[in-house]
Write a protein that binds this ligand. Structure first.
Ligand SMILES: O=C[C@H](O)[C@H](O)[C@H](O)COP(=O)(O)O
Length: 236
């Protein structure tokens, strides 16, 4: 099972890069997580890799870019990115996403918003069609530390069940993001695809919320690696 999942991740990542990285592309967004490891590997094999600048979505992603001999850039230098590749915790039928299982959602959304297109890479477990169906840990929400109790109360009023993400066993106390903030995981049950944008807007409007792990209207394609070695390609 673990081997099948790993193979599916690599399959989706390699196919996504092979199909979508064009010779004209110069600035590439490289996302976070275990699937994107294979994206960075494949981009690092490109014959024109010295012409590329890669913009990371966090500390892990930055290391992947360096480890694969690619040139690092930033959103400050490159606010217009040709294409970004990133993983997802869950994918719905509109290519709405839950992201942030690895606490990287803010910089991921920033890179996605800077990119002309976002291509999602994922194994077959993520493609459930409805957010909250397979990913039962809740929607990750990045909050300013001083606001976490206030935002938690607000999220209950929105119908959610918020839990501040713990750093245990590696760290006593909450997880601290690459931006120095906390993550609240908020369970809203299953979120119908047509209601994702509205829920995202309501959470985003709360004072203290930096960004949400609901990605709506950002992904243009998804490459799902299947257990049988095939790939499902989805577009909106
Ligand atoms: O914060 C983490 C990111 O949103 C990841 O892209 C997401 O958790 C998917 O990661 P993986 O490819 O390891 O399942």
């Amino acid at each position: 099972m673990a081997d099948l999942v790993e193979k599916s991740k690599k399959l989706s990542a390699y196919a996504a890069v092979d199909d979508n990285l064009l010779p004209s592309h110069r600035v590439i967004g490289i996302g976070s997580g275990s699937t994107v490891v294979y994206v960075a590997e494949r981009v690092g094999q490109a014959s024109n890799k010295s012409d590329l600048v890669c913009v990371p979505t966090g500390f892990q992603s930055r290391q992947l870019i360096i480890d694969n001999g690619l040139r690092l850039g930033s959103t400050e230098e490159y606010p217009e990115i040709d294409i970004a590749f990133d993983g997802a915790d869950e994918i719905d039928s509109n290519l709405g996403l839950i992201k942030g299982g690895g606490a990287c959602l803010f910089q991921e959304k920033l890179v996605a918003a800077c990119s002309k297109q976002l291509v999602v890479v994922a194994d077959y477990r993520k493609d459930t069609g409805v957010l909250g169906k397979g990913w039962r840990k809740g929607v990750p929400i990045e909050v300013v530390p001083a606001a976490y109790t206030k935002v938690s109360l607000d999220l209950v009023k929105l119908g959610g069940k918020p839990v501040v993400r713990s750093g245990l066993p590696a760290k006593a106390g909450p997880v601290v993001t690459d931006n120095g903030n906390f993550i609240i995981d908020c369970d809203f049950g299953e979120i119908p695809p047509a209601q994702v944008a509205e829920l995202n807007a309501k959470i985003k409007a709360l004072v203290g919320v930096v960004e949400t792990g609901l990605f709506v209207g950002l992904a243009s394609k998804a490459y799902i690696g299947n257990a049988d070695g095939t790939i499902t390609k989805k577009t909106v």
